[in-house]
Design a protein around this ligand. Sequence first.
Ligand code: UD1
Ligand code: PEP
Length: 509
Amino acid sequence: MADDYLVRIGRLIRDARQHRGWTQTQLAEALGTSQSAVNRIERGNQNISLEMIARIGEALDSEIVSLGYAGPMHLRVVGGRRLSGSIDVKTSKNACVALLCATLLNAGRTTLRRVARIEEVYRILEVLGSIGVRTRWINDGNDLEIIPPAELDLDSMDTEAARRTRSVIMFLGPLLHRMDHFKLPYAGGCDLGTRTVTPHMTALRHFGLEITATDGTYLAEVDRSVAPKRAIVLTERGDTVTENALLAAARHDGVTVIRNASSNYMVQDLCFFLEELGVRVDGIGTTTLTVHGAAHIERDVDFAPSEDPVEAMSLLAAAVVTESELTIRRVPVEFLEIELAVLEEMGLDHERSTEYAADNGRTRLIDLTVRPSKLQAPLDKIHPMPFPGLNIDNVPFFAAIAASAQGQTLIHDWVYDNRAIYLTDLNRLGAQVKLLDPHRVLIDGTTRWRSAEMMCPPALRPAVVILLAMMAAEGTSVLRNVYVINRGYEDLAERLNSIGAQIEIFRDI
Ligand SMILES: CC(=O)N[C@H]1[C@@H](OP(=O)(O)OP(=O)(O)OC[C@H]2O[C@@H](n3ccc(=O)[nH]c3=O)[C@H](O)[C@@H]2O)O[C@H](CO)[C@@H](O)[C@@H]1O
Ligand SMILES: C=C(OP(=O)(O)O)C(=O)O
């Protein structure tokens, strides 16, 4: 145990030194010791005092260890390895969080099957638990059982957990039916620049909800005399705003029409779930949803959210950048069709199985085999659109793919103020990503990836893209503080290891 401890400290020191670009001799000089002493320390063969750790930290301008329990999680990636075999896609973060919020509509027991065990789900569970909802993992931790109390205790809300996730905004729709006034902390999520909540307010005003924002908290007041008189036209075709409107409409005793609705995967999953609750929804998969609400919902329901198209895209990108043959099972193909069409044009060699149904009985799945291919940059720019366009969250993966392709690719992320900027982090790993303006990057391929030590960017998808590039780069890379990845991916390192990656999880000691 003691030896193991020294080895781990030694590795941290070695990583920090390499990150600084120093040789062992340079570090030895800075410490007034010999190169062989540094070598012994890095190999874990030398007892080391706290004072020495502090001096090394100062010399390398790096906090080698931070004391305290359960510090941030980091990944050490030995890259340049081919992946092989097959891997299953898990259920989606975005549907799971919406469904958890939707359970607040139901006085009965909800069972959700194969819920992804990810930080974003844990945060919502913490919030639900704090306000009195009973939740427990069942069937070997695969499924979740949720039983709301007769009265919610919003005053006891775990505000710290609530502030770490943007999804808590989807409490507004269900809560407006349960109380006349309530408070909700401001929403968090990826740091992607300003993300407006005005469309939520505009949509929910039709149900009498008025919101005042004061120092980090939304104060909500509900006027019960107000009900939708005409179709609700969303000002943006956003996913969570559509879900919030659906959640409000589900318990409105009457028919609500929602126009300019998102028909994206998580919205469809929510509609299927509402149908299980006895709420009829016409127009699923289109931009006009007609909801036949029910004033009281009390049903014991069992629902299986569908697989995550963004995780499928991540695994596909992993195969491309590592030049591997990989089978990705349970791919929700309807939500990856445009991505596949673009990749086909770029020259991706792949094979699709016949379609089969997801456990929700509705979503179409395939198994997708990707083979090493000589990719060419696409002729046109890569840009997202609300579904059925190229998925907004899949855009960052095209940066890693473009860097692996021959030629120049323009990526235009018009949606998020900050997300394209994070893609320039790939330059640290050898890519040539030029930021043209905050929304557009020009990428020159192909890339000879090289290893590096880096902090995770504070955004989920760009962080995963960095991890994938590290898997492609020969040598050892370190990715620090991967909470943001764990927000949306279950056991990603272990699962990638099961198909041939070499990723070690470590924490600050
Ligand atoms: C929990 C969840 O489900 N999160 C997803 C959801 O976030 P969410 O629904 O919160 O996304 P937003 O509503 O914030 O939309 C994302 C951005 O797109 C802009 N916008 C959106 C639609 C539109 O028609 N015009 C427009 O300009 C918004 O102003 C915002 O800046 O949708 C995003 C876009 O698919 C995804 O990246 C997130 O993973
Ligand atoms: C932007 C994303 O998530 P969130 O809405 O949870 O920040 C994402 O899933 O890439």
